[in-house]
Structure formats: C-alpha cells, structure tokens
Design a protein around this ligand. Structure first.
Ligand code: GAL
Length: 694
C-alpha cells in the first residue's frame, strides 16, 4: 500500500475547514495552497452538522465542490470522519449519548468531544456518517487517506460506560474471584459479590482502589480503540486501497495507550503542541517525534509516521499565547522530518473569524497572505520540496528508553509514597541523551530488545514476570541496562511485589531495597564519587547489595555511606540501578559513560554543544540534519552536499556542492546529503522493513 495514496513528496498542509467560509474564498484558498506548495489537507474533521444537517439527511454538495477544486489544484485530501463532534440534533435525540463526569454530571452539547464512546446511538451514528462518506467519495481522485475522528481522548461514567466496563472486566479477569484478587478488594470492604456491583471509578469519599482505576484506564483505551476500529474496518471494506489513520493527542490526561493503538493504524500520526518555549520546546519536539517513530514500528503500514498537526505561530502556554519567532515554524517542522516524519502538517490552514479557537494561529492568518507567517509557510513548502528524497531514509538509534502507558497510569493512581511524574522521568532520560547528541528510540512492552545495545527504564512501576525474564536474557547477552527508582515495584495489577523492591527486577539488579526514603520538596543529598558535586533529589532508598557493586553512594543524610547507584554484571551485560533523582549533569555523565562503554557514539561527534544532529539513512545514502539551538553561529565539520542552507533567505535553495563544513546560524537548520552510508555503529540494525521506496 502506498500511503498517503498518490503522494510523491513529503506531505505539507493541514486542517482545512472550507465549511467555515463562503464559497468565494475556496478558490482563493486553493490558489494560496499552490503558492505554498501544499499537497495534503485534512477536510471535514468537524463538519458533521454540515454534512448531516438532520438524522439521515446528507448534504454532500459543498464537499463535492471542495474536493473537486482541491483535486484540480493538485492538492490531495485526508478525508476526515467528523465523529469527534456530534451535531446538536444528535445530542437532543440521544441525551443518553452525552457523557457523564466522574462526579455524575451529565455534560451538554456546546463544545466538541461531548459524546459517550460506549453509547450505542453514538457508535451507530458514527458508523453511518463514516459509511456515507466512504460510499460517496470511494472513487474520488483526491482521496489519499482516511483521517478517522480527531484525537480520541474521551472518558465517560454513564450507565452505558459502566455496562461496557463490566463486559471488559469479565473478558480480562474471567471470574469475580480473580478480579477481587487482582484489585485486593478485601481492603476497605470492597469485595464484589456480583458483576452488577461494579461501576466505573466515580468520585468517592477518599482514596479509590488503585486496581479499579488502572483497569478503567485500560478499558477507556480499548473502548476508544474499538470505536476507531469500527470505522476503520468499514472504511477498509469500501476502499481497501486507501490507508486509514487517526491523529494522536499527547498528554498525561489522555486515556489512550498509543503504542498498542499503533498496530491498528496504517500511518501513525501525531499532533504536537509543545507546552514550553525556548530550548524546552526543542526537547519536547525531539521527544514527541522519537515517540511517534517508535510507535510506528508497530504499524502494519510500515515505519513511517506523520506530524499531522502543529501550530504555525501562536501557541497556548499557561493562560497566555506565545508567538513563535521567525524560523521556529520551519525548525520544528524539520525536527520532525529529521526524526522520520513523512512531512509537516498544521492546525490550521486559514484562521477563522469566530468559534472558540478564533485566535489559534494558521498558515493564512487573520492578516491574510501578506504576512510573515504566510511568507514563512511558502518558504517551508519550498524547503520540504527540496527535501523529498529524505523520505526514503530511516532513523536508527542505538539506545532504547522504556515507554509504558500503563505504568504512567498506575503512577497517577491513589496512595503512592510520592507524586511521581512519569513523563518527567522519561523526559529526563531522553534529555540527558539528547543533550549528549545520542539518538534514542522508545521501547514499548512486548517489543524484542535485540536492536538496542543499551536500555534505560525510567520509573517502570509495573513489571510482569515475562518482561523481567526478557530483560534478564537481554542483559546476559550483553545489554547495558539502567533502571531507576520505583521500577519493578508492582505486578501488572498494581499489587506490590513482596520481599523487597524493586520486586521483579531484584535478582537482575543484584540488590534488595528495604525502605523508601522520599525526600522533601527542594531537598537535595550530596552524593559521593563521580562526577564531583553530584546530588540526588526527590527520592532515596535503603539499597542492600545482593551481588551488585556500589558505584555512587549517598554522602549525607540518614543513608550516608550507603549505595545510591549500583552495577551488577550479568553474563556479558551489566544492569545498573539508580535509587535517587540524579541532577542533570550527573545523569548525563552516567548515561554517556555507559554509552561509551557500550561503544555508542553521538550522531555527529564533531557537532558542538547546542547543535543537534539527526541522521536518516538507507543502506546507500544518508542525510544529516543539523539544528543550532544556541544564540551563536556554529561551524560544523561535515562531508557531503548541502540540501538546505539556513544562511540563505527563506525558500532560497542551496546549490548542491560538496562541502567540508557548514555554518549553521543561531536557530538555523542545515541539511546535507552524505556521500556514503554512516559508520556501522551508528547505522544500527537495518531491517528490510525499515526501507520504503516511494
Ligand atoms: C488539536 C486539535 C485541533 C485544535 C488544536 C488547537 O489538539 O486536534 O482541532 O483544537 O488542537 O491547538
């Protein structure tokens, strides 16, 4: 399957909402899209009330004209099913399909995402409109991709949801005795004697049951996935050669396990809106793109993925919007492309006059095309065109970082010894290696581990026996493993493993943790040994050696003289344990020293600090992306021909000629085609699946 169908260049475009505009504007839109070299737009994502103004009565005339116009203009379409926002008539006719909060409040029509994913009326209405669109547009030449729904993320506590949750629980646990055991319901008199006694975890007096909450999160993910696969299966029946996807929204509140979902989408697609500005946004961009690429390993459509939405300019940050300075839109777009995205898409094409998101940025802003943003959009279109060839290259990273949505959910549960932010722990590991210029993948549960030489498992709270055994074999075969505090503590139900922490990983790590010593907010402990001045914060533990050797110790406080970081040689590998939150420099020192021991080099050893290097490659060619995140220009020794030269004006393309160094200006990007494949250590495993020919 070629996907998105019919596209031969990197994808460029975004959400296009022609239903918000008089028809006279559409021709202008297509003309501007041609100027910007837009080649893919998502159409109809929130257009349900305009497509089906009354139950079963369709108005496709306007969409016919829009699709024809786009096709004539050479723009292909990711046709959306509009099911994230049911129309008013639907909610009035089916009040039972409106969602209920954990407090028991039924929400009303008036925004979007206001539906219960388990309500039969919602599920059948969603299938009906998806089926009507598929039948109408199955042969339309503009149709490149199905974009199902938008950012699945709903959760509901109504009677439909409770009934669906019980069905899910029966399937997972089989019988009530097993469920009672998994949830430890003898605690606080919660033993269930009948399935009907179980509801969704609604608001309650004090701490809720952690097993109940964890299973509800799993259920929500599976229930939304079923809502997606309902539509996907129907679309596949009508248009078997058109790939189907949905766009993921990222964040701690999202009840969706994207790694598992990725086995069900033909193209992993993420929306990315960094919450930080400055260097934090660059790190968040790298992390989101590394996650997307890693999830895409599971997709039947192959390892490519797509940045489906990002903001051209103003972004929401803590209650006030933040303007993207010149160059940032292109830099972030290319940061995604460098890490494997098949293009750069935006929310949204044209800024609307009204509606809740009227001040959200757009490629065509309120000011119109005579604006900085549209000029940057035109330049970005030219840049992406120039980079079409990189679409063949895959990114290979020598180090894996553990990613587990279920551990994240469990760590958001009640009654833990400290509120641990799982994403922050994962980000800290990613940041340490990102700063060191070493590429990282994320590793999801169930994946084979052989392709990585080194693995970091931050706060992997839930560990199954099978995963512990898999890790043991991988280390014995030569893997370098780093495990941080609060890992291995619980089984898959969230029940604490007895006999000492880190439970399932005790033997592998050669330690036994007898006690947790959470530190007070702001408290730090000096650590002994390398690197000088290292400190720990947030957490500490009484670590007893059981085969491991101490590497770094606590130098003060009640644990002074005891191990803080340990190392255990197992077979031809080593398993390290880190019992406290190391300061940034110490964490970076530890991970880079381990990487060096494992023979892992930075992507571009000659790149100075603050210049990020990412490589895409095939067995014959490679492309090096350099991003200067500092406020000074940097010369980087390289070898290759320049495809993108950030010293030229926007859209002014470089003349490919061999160079031995490039000057990357502050905030700028350079892209080079390298003469021969990258060194073997850097290339990693080339799995034939990883190479796409467009
Ligand atoms: C996305 C969403 C878009 C738009 C955008 C605003 O999460 O899919 O429809 O709301 O956020 O940033």
């Amino acid at each position: 399957m070629r996907w998105p169908r019919g596209l031969t260049r990197l994808c460029y475009g975004g959400d296009y909402n022609p239903e918000q505009w008089p028809e006279a504007v559409w021709a202008d839109d297509v003309e501007l899209m041609r100027r910007a070299r837009v080649n893919l737009v998502t159409v109809g994502v929130f257009a349900w009330s305009r497509l089906e103004p009354a139950a079963g009565a369709y108005d496709f005339g306007w969409l016919d004209r829009v699709l024809d116009l786009l096709h004539d203009g050479g723009v292909r379409v990711a046709l959306a099913t509009p099911t994230a926002s049911p129309p008013p008539w639907f909610s009035l006719a089916h009040p039972d399909a409106l969602p209920v909060t954990a407090d028991g409040v039924r929400l009303h029509h008036g925004s979007r995402d206001t539906y219960c994913p388990s309500a039969p009326a919602y599920r059948s209405a969603a299938l009906r409109i998806a089926g009507a669109l598929a039948t109408r547009y199955r042969d339309h030449p503009a149709l490149a991709l199905w974009h199902v729904h938008n950012e699945y993320s709903a959760a509901c506590h109504c009677a439909h949801s409770a009934a669906a949750f019980r069905r899910w629980l029966r399937h997972r646990h089989g019988d009530l005795a097993t469920l009672n055991d998994a949830w430890d319901t003898s605690f606080w008199s919660q033993h269930y004697g009948d399935w009907e006694q179980i509801g969704t975890p609604r608001a309650t007096r004090y701490l809720a049951n952690p097993g109940h909450e964890l299973d509800f999160r799993r259920f929500c993910s599976d229930e939304l996935l079923a809502a997606y696969t309902d539509q996907r299966d129907l679309l596949r029946t009508v248009t078997p050669d058109v790939p189907v996807t949905t766009n993921y929204v990222l964040g701690g509140w999202v009840p969706v396990d994207h790694a598992r979902w990725s086995a069900e989408v033909d193209l992993v697609a993420i929306d990315h809106y960094p919450s930080q500005v400055g260097i934090g946004a660059e790190e968040q961009t790298a992390l989101a793109a590394d996650l997307a690429r890693s999830w895409a390993r599971r997709s039947p459509g192959g390892p490519g993925w797509l940045l489906m939405e990002s903001a051209p300019n103003l972004i929401y940050t803590a209650g006030r919007m933040h303007t993207k300075e010149p160059g940032r839109m292109a830099r972030h777009s290319l940061a995604h492309v460098a890490r494997g995205s098949r293009g750069a898409m935006f929310f949204q094409w044209r800024a609307p006059r009204g509606g809740a998101e009227r001040f959200h940025s757009a490629l065509v802003p309120h000011a119109g095309p005579d604006s900085r943003i549209f000029r940057e959009a035109v330049a970005l279109g030219a840049t992406l065109d120039q980079l079409s060839e990189v679409d063949e290259g895959a990114v290979h990273a020598p180090i894996g970082i553990g990613w587990d949505a279920e551990s994240w959910w469990a760590l958001q549960g009640p009654g833990l010894p400290a509120e641990l932010d799982y994403l922050a722990e994962v980000s800290a590991a990613h940041r340490a290696l990102w700063q060191a210029g070493i590429g990282t993948d994320f590793v999801s549960p169930g994946e084979p581990l052989a392709r990585w030489k080194m693995l970091v498992l931050p706060a992997r709270y839930l560990v199954t026996d099978a995963f512990a055994a898999q890790l043991g074999e991988w280390v014995a075969a030569g893997g370098q493993l780093v495990v941080t505090y609060l890992s291995g503590v619980a089984d898959e139900h969230g029940r604490v493993r007895l006999g000492g922490y880190p439970g399932a990983l005790r033997d592998l790590l050669g330690i036994r943790v007898e006690e947790f010593w959470p530190l007070a907010e702001g408290e730090t402990l000096t650590l002994s040994s390398q690197p000088p001045g290292a400190t720990g914060s947030f957490w500490s533990e009484t670590v007893r050696l059981a085969g491991a050797e101490p590497v770094i110790g606590y130098a003060e406080g009640p644990l002074a003289g005891q191990p803080a970081v340990t190392r255990h040689r197992v077979g031809s590998g080593t398993a390290w344990y880190v019992s406290t939150r190391l300061d940034e420099a110490a964490y970076r020192w530890l991970l880079t020293s381990m990487a060096a021991t494992a023979g892992i080099e930075p992507t571009c050893p000659a790149a100075p600090d603050g210049v990020e290097a990412v490589r895409r490659s095939t067995p014959d060619t490679s492309w090096l992306f350099l991003f200067n995140h500092t406020d000074r220009p940097h010369r980087v020794p390289v070898s290759g021909t320049v495809l993108i030269d950030a010293n030229r004006g926007p859209g002014e393309l470089a003349h490919p000629q061999p160079v031995s160094e490039v000057l990357v200006p502050p905030g700028g990007v350079a892209v080079l085609r390298e003469p021969s494949p990258a060194p073997a250590a850097e290339r990693g495993v080339h799995d034939p699946q990883d190479i796409r020919h467009v």
